[in-house]
Design a protein around this ligand. Structure first.
Ligand code: HEC
Length: 192
């Protein structure tokens, strides 16, 4: 008896969970954007990524990219007019995305939805990245504070050799950190 009740309970949970999973939309049903979210899931998620509707159609790395992978809307921010343009013309280039995937009121609903929900992840990433600048400024500030009296003294003493060596060292430090940053972007960056 107990076992039967447990099985029924588990089955009910599974049904509820799978219903949520296939739905995949985190916009509340009562929201004015809900219809747009459904239209996006049904017509756009094959080629575009957007977490709000559980869409994963964009490329996840440059290597496995295929022609139909459209921009990832977790990161790319779109305005209403841009979405309407893309829908009517088949993306911005008109080369890959089919034109008029949706029409009329449906196009307007999905454009309104995308203008509101696209680019949300970028805000978080941007804020996190801003802290790299704060940290970087602290290091450069500290280095500058210790180096400038020494530079001044060396210059005063007429020791141009030591002055140039210290200056070159500071500039090399800046260049190397910059290059490391560029390499990190190249290696770990994802297509935007
Ligand atoms: C068959 C795949 C496919 C489908 C379906 C598709 N797209 Fe696209 N979309 C693309 C590709 C590929 C691009 C990028 C190339 C281009 O702009 O021509 C793109 C570009 C876009 C752009 C321009 C983004 C930018 O900033 O460059 C928008 C906006 C857009 N799509 C919205 C939508 C919407 C809304 C839907 C659903 C109604 C949709 N797409 C359906 C493949 C698709």
């Amino acid at each position: 008896m107990k076992l039967a009740a447990m099985t029924i309970g588990l089955l009910a949970c599974a049904v509820i969970l799978s219903a949520c999973g296939s739905q995949g939309i985190s916009v509340p049903k009562t929201s004015p954007y809900f219809r747009g979210a459904v239209i996006f899931r049904d017509h756009c998620s094959g080629c575009h990524t957007l977490a709000t509707v559980g869409a994963e159609g964009s490329a996840t790395s440059i290597k496995n990219r295929v022609k139909t992978n459209g921009p990832n809307f977790n990161f790319r921010k779109e305005e209403y007019e841009q979405v309407m343009y893309a829908i009517h013309n088949g993306g911005f280039s008109g080369a890959i995305m089919p034109e008029n995937v949706v029409l009329g009121a449906e196009a307007r609903e999905v454009a309104k939805f995308l203008a509101k929900y696209s680019g949300e992840a970028s805000v978080g990433v941007f804020s996190a990245l801003m802290y790299c600048i704060v940290a970087g400024n602290m290091v450069t500030g500290a280095l500058g504070q210790t180096a400038s009296p020494r530079l001044a003294k060396l210059h005063c003493d007429g020791d141009l050799r030591a002055f140039s060596a210290l200056l070159a060292g500071l500039m090399a430090f800046g260049a190397v950190t910059g290059i490391i940053g560029l390499i990190a972007v190249k290696v770990a960056g994802t297509p935007y």
